[in-house]
Every structure is written in C-alpha cells, then in structure tokens.
Design a protein around this ligand. Structure first.
Ligand SMILES: [Zn+2]
Length: 335
C-alpha cells in the first residue's frame, strides 16, 4: 500500500505468477488464539532491537490475480499492472479491466496468515515470521506460494534484527523434525540468505492488516489485496471481518464508485480518519514511507495556505495600508 503518487506506496502490491495458480486451500495456516508458535520469540526476542528504518521496492510482478481456493473470490475484472503514472519501474497498482458498477465485489479472500494474541505487535510479526520461515525450511506445500506472493511484497519499517547473529539465533529456533538441523543450517546452505530472513519481518510488518477479535489484537496478511495504492478519495472500500465457519478473517473489497475500464483502483489506507493534513501526512510517511498527493490532499493544502493567508497575511496587509494612509495624511497636513 500505497499512495497514488509514491513509489514507496507500491509497497503493498504484487501480482500473481503461474506458480501461484496453486490452491489457496493450504494457505491459511493460522490459528486463532493458538499458542503453538508464541514461544518462538522467547529465546531470540531479547536480541531483537529495532534500530533502522528501511523501505524496499517490491519485485516487478504483474498480471491477473488467480485464486482457486474454494469459497474465495478474486474478480477476473481486475489486474495488477505497472503504473507509469506513479513513476518508477516497480510502481504497481490494481486496475479495472472493464467497466464496473458501484457496489461490485472484486475480492473476497481469507487471510493467508493470521495471528491473534496478547503479545505486542512486533512480537506478533515475529511469530508470523517464524511461521513463514518454517514453511520455507520444511518444504511446506505453501513454499512456492510464499516465494511467489509473500517474498515479492515490499518491505519497510524498523529493523527487527540489529546483528547478523540475531538472525542466526532466530533461524536456530526453527527445528527440523527428526534431525539435528535447524533453520540456521538452511541459511548456511545458501537456500535462503540471511538478508532475506532479515527482510521477512519487515515484509510482514509493512503489509499487515491490523484486526481485533473479542478484545484481542492481531495481524493478518492478505497477499491478493496488497496491490492497491492509496488515495484519500478511494474508489474501492475494504472490509475485514472474522468468519466463524472459516475460523479466519476474511477481506472483502467493493467498488464504491462506478469505475471505467483501465482506471486504477484505490483504497484509503487510513479509512475514516479525521486527521489534519500534517498528521495524516506524518502517519502515512511513518507507516508506508510516502506522502499522499491525491486531489483531496492537494485541495486541503491549498485550503490551508488560503487560511494562513487570510488569517495572517491579510490583516498584516490591512495594517500596513493603514500605516501608509496615516503617514500620507500627516504629510498632507504638514503641507
Ligand atoms: Zn490524499
């Protein structure tokens, strides 16, 4: 995600490849309230200190978003494409392939990754990091999907690992069943680089969707929904709700305006916010590394300048004029 006018905003987008045509049926691993993975950070979390803030570009993937999981839906009327208007070779966006009416549902997808718990958010990100890394190491059926859809997403935020040794220690927490090997051996074999593992929590953090269930906070990853760019005046609205039958969160995206073929689809990354322009700009930059330059923000900026002019410059001009008039009067009286 996602400003209409920022390459960093491309952060949240990606596209499918032939490798992704596999079923999403194996793609929902998370467990509501599960504690099975919550212990993974205990040995490594002390060493994980946020330090630097980085933003990375996603891979240049594009095309249709395929999804064959039963009960989920991705409209064939949308496509991920490079957006020249955004600038930059990696600037992706979601586009309409044909005209769409108001209220059209274009996505209805379960979370690929989900975690709900009492841990701080950064620890939850690490729990999901462990889950994803484990699947890579253990050659889980999700591996190709993760490589194609998760690892190609943009990353950003504050680093979770300060030293290479921290990454190694984290990798060691992934144990290979019936073996003395761990994820660290996987790194040393060169199958997955230390840098890549260092980047993984940044990918998940950057693309997370914050959710809440019965008073507990959590995070979800919806890979198919990560291509939308941001505009304050969006033409697509996202809603996320918990499905009891699926035991997972489900994201639905609907058009909220009539859309023409070729038009880019935008969502509002901070829907319903009433932030002043300066704070909105700060919030977007802090989380996603861009400042919104949409029409709404531009008009708000012009409005703010006008207010400053009326409130400060105009009274000053009136004052200066009165001083000038007074001086002219006194000059005329002197004559
Ligand atoms: Zn805006």
């Amino acid at each position: 995600m996602r400003c209409a006018g920022s390459c960093c905003a491309t952060a949240v987008r990606m596209a499918s490849t032939p490798a992704m045509k596999r079923s999403m049926a194996v793609a929902v691993p998370s467990t509501l309230g599960s504690k099975s993975v919550s212990s993974i950070t205990s040995s490594s979390s002390n060493a994980l200190v946020c330090s630097t803030r980085t933003f990375a570009k996603p891979s240049a993937v594009q095309g249709p978003i395929t999804n064959s999981k039963e009960g989920t839906y991705v409209s064939t009327e949308i496509i991920v494409d490079m957006s020249q208007a955004l600038g930059g070779q990696y600037a992706r966006g979601m586009f309409a392939k044909r005209d769409m009416a108001y209220g059209r549902e274009i996505l209805n997808i379960p979370a690929f990754l989900m975690y709900i718990g009492d841990e701080p958010q950064r620890e939850q990100v690490l729990i999901l990091t462990k889950e994803v890394f484990s699947k890579l190491v253990l050659n889980h059926p999700d591996k190709k999907f993760i490589e194609a859809r998760i690892l190609t997403m943009a990353s950003g935020g504050f680093s979770y690992f300060t030293r290479e040794r921290d990454v190694q220690e984290f990798a060691e927490t992934v144990k290979i069943p019936n073996s003395f090997k761990t994820g660290a051996d996987y790194l040393q074999a060169g199958e997955y680089g230390t840098f890549d593992l260092q980047k993984l929590p940044l990918i998940l953090d950057f693309n997370r969707w914050d959710v809440e269930y019965r008073g507990r906070k959590g995070i979800c990853i919806f890979p198919e929904a990560q291509y939308f760019n941001h505009q304050c005046d969006a033409n697509v609205e996202i809603s996320i709700s918990y499905s009891k039958s699926k035991e997972n969160f489900v994201l639905s995206a609907r058009t909220i305006k009539p859309i023409q073929a070729g038009e880019e689809l935008f969502i509002n990354y901070l829907p319903g916010n009433t932030l002043p322009l300066s704070r909105l700009s700060l919030a977007l930059r802090k989380r996603w590394g861009f400042e919104c330059t949409c029409v709404v923000c531009k008009s708000r900026a012009i409005g703010a300048v006008t207010v400053i002019f009326v409130a400060v410059c105009l009274p000053f001009a009136i004052f200066m004029r009165s001083v000038y008039v007074a001086r002219m009067d006194s000059k005329q009286r002197g004559l």
